[in-house]
Every structure is written in structure tokens, then in C-alpha cells.
Ligand binder design. Sequence first.
Ligand SMILES: [Zn+2]
Length: 335
Amino acid sequence: MSYVVLARKLRPACFGDLIGQETAAQTLRNAVISDRVAHAFLFAGSRGVGKTSAARILTRALNCLNPDNGDPCNTCENCHEINQNASPDVYEIDAASNRGIENIRELRENVNYVPARCRYKVYIIDEAHMLTLESFNALLKTLEEPPSHVKFIFATTDPYKIPPTIISRCQRYDFLRIPIKKMSDFLETVVVKENLEISRQALEMIARNSVGGMRDALTSIDQILSFTGTSATDQKVAQILGILDRESRFAFIEAILRKNAAEALQFFQKLQEHGHDVHDILSDLLQTVKTVSLVQTLGTNPALFQELSSDDLEAFASLGKLAGTDELQQIFHVL
Ligand SMILES: [Zn+2]
């Protein structure tokens, strides 16, 4: 059997699967249950946080023949067809490549025909901010008086590029970056389910490196496994991600703070030999010094550093004892 990438294999099937988007998911589910569903939605948020997944779940939930407490059953004919991208009533439009007025004119005509099989015709417009102003204007009339059998879902990473006239006609949902702890918890369940060997610390590195996007995190795991098989050491994970692993990072910064130039230089050379990019090493160091400085100033209150494990927080605090605020500032400026 051919390998299915994790992001696809683990694609959320119902509202409860949308990690880190509990508020949006619950509100959408409630709307479906009470049958009070807006005719146009705007899903805003950075890449890979679940906007398109949520749009697809909502589309199925609205058209499912046996919905379960607002969630799609994922087995009925409609759910199945939508899942296979084979429904004649669901249109997924990538606005990055279909941004012109002729595409929108076609859509406007098409909107008037009743759905063939589903209850609603759903138009999911991805990267919606890429539409031209002319296209937005052409859409406006449809959004003002949409046929009752039509739903629009606009997904975008750049909501500020969408005209206010469009935004004001949509129900807006902001999709948040997934917190590192929540993402690491989920990745840990994936590792167990898939029989992989990747440490919690490595998963936290992956989560941090994905800046809140689950799709990027899962893609990173796929990429790592394609190099290493089913188990990966922390060093290997760090190397493939192009970042410093925890031990190297702390040892390196400690050498610098202790003003041990020879040792610091050795670390630097070793990292380069292991294939780390100079720019990546420096930006990682900069981030570390910034965190040391913050922990030094604010103390080790876990509530203020939710993205750090308690071990990391202690390690940053110890590093903070090696240098004064001024010294850290100076290093920060040099970097
Ligand atoms: Zn169904």
C-alpha cells in the first residue's frame, strides 16, 4: 500500500478533531444543531491551523444525511461524496489561481441553480484575499441577497486584504495558532498510534518550529521519518529541521555566557559540520538569549511561559544567573 502523508491521514473528521480551535468548532457545531447557520463565513488565521479542514467539516455537517449532534457522520452518501471531492454541489475554489472576474461571473450564474443532491450548495473560497477587487465587487451582490440554498466559506491568512464590504457580510471566525503544549500533546498521540520513536522534547521542537500550524508539524514528522525510518534522535530531528537541539543550544549559550570563547567556537564549528546553516544557528541563539533575558526579568512563573516545559524554564533561569541584564542586552545587539 502506498504511504499516505500524516497531514492527510489525520485530517480532522469532525468538529472535535480541530485541535486548538475549540471555540470556533463549538460555535459552528451549535449553529448546525440549532439550524441557525449564516450564509457566509470568513475563516481567518495563519497557515495550517485548520481553516480548510473546518470548512470541509462544516460543509459535510450541513449536508449530512445522518448528522450526529452537529457533526457529520462521514459515512452517508453525501459525506462520502464530499470527502472524495466528488460532490456536484460543493465547490472548492483556490482564489490564488482563480482570482479573475470571469471565474466569479461563472460562479454567480451557477449559484442560482438549486443543488443536485445536497441540501446546500457550498462554495469554499481558499486564499480569498487573492481575489481581485473587481471579483470582490462582483461577489458583493450575491452576498447581499444569496439564494437560501447557498453557503459561502471564505478562508484567508490575510483578512485585512479583504474589503470591509465583504467582511461585514460574513460571520467571522478567527483561527488561533495552536499552542506548543497542545500541539505537542497531539503529536505524542500520533507517535504512539503510528508506532514511532520520537521524544517529547523533539516533538516540542517540531511544534515550536511549526509556529502554531499543525499541518506544518505533521509534514515535518513525515520529512524526518523519510530520512530516519520509524525512530529519530533529538539531534537528527534538530538537524533536519535546521535548528539546534536542546542540549547543544543550552551548552552553546552557556559557553558564551561564561565567556569561554574557545568552547563556544568549538560548538559553532561542530554545528556547522553537522550541516546547520549559519543563519539558522544565529537566529536560534538570538531567540534563546531573548528567552533567557525574559526569564531573568519576569521570573520562572509557568503561566507567563506556557510554551516552555518546566525543565526548559529551569534551564533558562540557570543561564540567566550567568550574566547581567546589560550583558544579555549586549549579546542581543551583537547577534
Ligand atoms: Zn453523513
